[in-house]
Design a protein around this ligand. Structure first.
Ligand SMILES: [Zn+2]
Length: 423
């Protein structure tokens, strides 16, 4: 299949500042084959999309999700993390049946596709149902079975089975393993997860240093920080995605400087649960990669990564009381190529270059005039509704706001029906 995007205002996310160029983009199968001015419309081309001078940029990378949690949107909101988890979320999750995992996840995938996210990194249970939803939606994803002390069961075996199926360069889905958090994983569980990751030559997705409560629990139990706790069991020998990273000491940052992977920053979730402010500026200054994430819908309410971009900028500026501390271009990088680096996918996605996978969004910024700074418009003024077309792995998944392979209405109907049973 060959696809041609004509009349693009290309923002390839390469370089130290925005540089928009008028280009056409040729996609052959799932990769970008050519980028230049005026590509001829030959017979080989199966489909032409006229970008009509709109911004064409890499799809956004959401580095931390719990896809099946879409049913928790607004459910028993405005509580602290531990109260919310123990008294609102965990009792309902126990009632989940197969169809809940599938339809809830499908809804999350479609919400992301509709708001410009083309890759996500998911941690949950029920992956047997979540993977088909990801496959059918068309999104790119890393998946991991969430392992805690109370829920090891057959997850290592399932992880092995799915890693064997999916962990190759051409697959749109990859498999990591996961240790939920330091407060839900005792040393034996962490060791099991590290051995599993090493055995499968894959990475680990974890929650790290999310709240003061967590910091105190781990300090009391082990006389360590969460980072030291994980380091002592060689977690950082393998690639990691560390969600949150709010309460990191200077010595924790020293430890994390050399990790493969990086931090997933989830500012809306962190604000809504009053968890704290991640020092993104300090982490990046120390060479630690920081991508953006939404967390589950229950804690963010929206999976629109453009909203996370805005808040990332605002929080750093206020934290430092310095408007120059972070620039819109830095934020866009975090949402694209740096997110890809956190997931170890930087050779495949995150910028628009010949040879990379064709994960591309077309964004209508036409009303945002004058366009003095394209990065500023994208970060501070655009939201997911400005995304017109989403292409993932060379396939057009949404065109002119219409999903081509999925029925958004049918998915919403199923989620509403199932919500009545579980909530
Ligand atoms: Zn999370």
């Amino acid at each position: 299949m060959t696809l041609l995007i004509k009349n693009a205002r290309l923002l390839d996310m390469i370089g130290d500042e925005p540089n928009v160029k008028d280009r056409d983009i040729l996609i052959r199968d799932n990769k970008i084959a050519e980028i230049k001015e005026n590509i001829n419309e030959t017979e080989e081309i199966g489909k032409i999309i006229d970008a009509k001078k709109m911004i064409v940029m890499p799809g956004l990378v959401n580095t931390h999700t719990h896809l099946a949690m879409s049913v928790f949107r607004g459910y028993k909101d405005d509580r602290s993390l531990m109260d919310w988890l123990n008294n609102a979320i965990f009792p309902v999750e126990d009632k989940f049946e197969k169809q809940d995992f599938y339809w809830n996840s499908y809804l999350s995938c479609l919400e992301m596709i509709r708001s410009g996210t083309t890759t996500c990194n998911d941690m949950y249970f029920g992956m047997e149902e979540i993977v088909p939803a990801i496959e059918e939606s068309g999104i790119r994803a890393i998946v991991s079975w969430c392992i805690t002390d109370d829920s090891v069961r057959d997850k290592p075996e399932q992880t092995k089975k799915y890693a064997k199926l999916f962990n190759n360069k051409e697959s749109r889905i990859r498999v990591y393993t996961s240790a939920h958090a330091p407060y839900t994983c005792k040393p034996e569980t962490v060791k099991l997860v590290v051995d599993l990751a090493k055995d499968l030559n894959t990475g680990i997705h974890l929650h790290l240093s999310e709240t003061v409560d967590e910091t105190n629990i781990i300090k009391t139990k082990y006389s360590k920080t969460s980072t030291e706790y994980f380091k002592d069991f060689n977690v950082f020998d393998v690639p990691v995605v560390l969600a949150h990273g709010i309460y990191l000491s200077d010595s924790d940052i020293e430890i994390l400087k050399n990790v493969k992977g990086g931090i997933s920053h989830n500012p809306i979730s962190n604000c809504k649960l009053a968890s704290g402010i991640c020092d993104v500026t300090k982490l990046r200054k120390n060479g630690i990669k920081v991508g953006l994430g939404t967390d589950g819908t229950g804690s963010t309410t929206t999976l629109d990564l453009f909203e996370e971009m805005k808040l990332t900028a605002y929080l750093q500026k206020i934290k430092y009381m310095n408007s120059e501390i972070i620039k819109a271009w830095d934020i866009l990088k975090m949402a694209t190529i740096e997110g890809a680096e956190v997931l170890g996918l930087q050779d495949e996605i995150g910028t628009l270059e010949v040879g990379k996978k064709a994960d591309i969004i077309i964004v209508d910024t036409g009303d945002l005039i004058p366009e003095n700074d394209v990065a500023t418009n994208l970060v501070y003024a655009v939201n997911g509704n400005n995304v017109v077309t989403t292409i993932i792995d060379g396939k057009v998944i949404m065109e002119n706001r219409k999903l081509l392979n999925s029925s958004f209405e049918k998915v919403k109907e199923e989620v509403i029906k199932n919500a009545k049973r579980v909530l």
